[in-house]
Design a protein. Sequence first.
Length: 97
Amino acid sequence: MATYVTLINFTDQGVRNVKDTANRASAYKELATKVGCTIKEIYWTQGQYDVVSIIEAPDDASAITLAMSVGKLGFIRTQTLRAYSAAELAPIMDKVV
C-alpha cells in the first residue's frame, strides 16, 4: 500500500459547520474504506492547513478517487501528496544519476 499525506482546508461551508468536523471525519473514514483506502491518522492543525490526514491506498487512482469523492461534498478542499518511506526511497535513489 502506498502512503499519501492529504493537506485539508475547510471551505466556507465547512467553517459554517465546523462543529460537525469530528462526525465528518468518521464519514471520511467510511468513504475511504468504500474506495479501497485506509485513513491511518487525522490531525486538526493550526497554521496554513486546517487538517492533515495520512492515507494508505493501493494506487494513485484510489487516492484520487477518495479526494474527489470527499471534495464534492463541499466541506473541504484537499491537496494530496504521495509520501515515501526510507525503504521505498532507497531503490529510487539507486537510480538517481
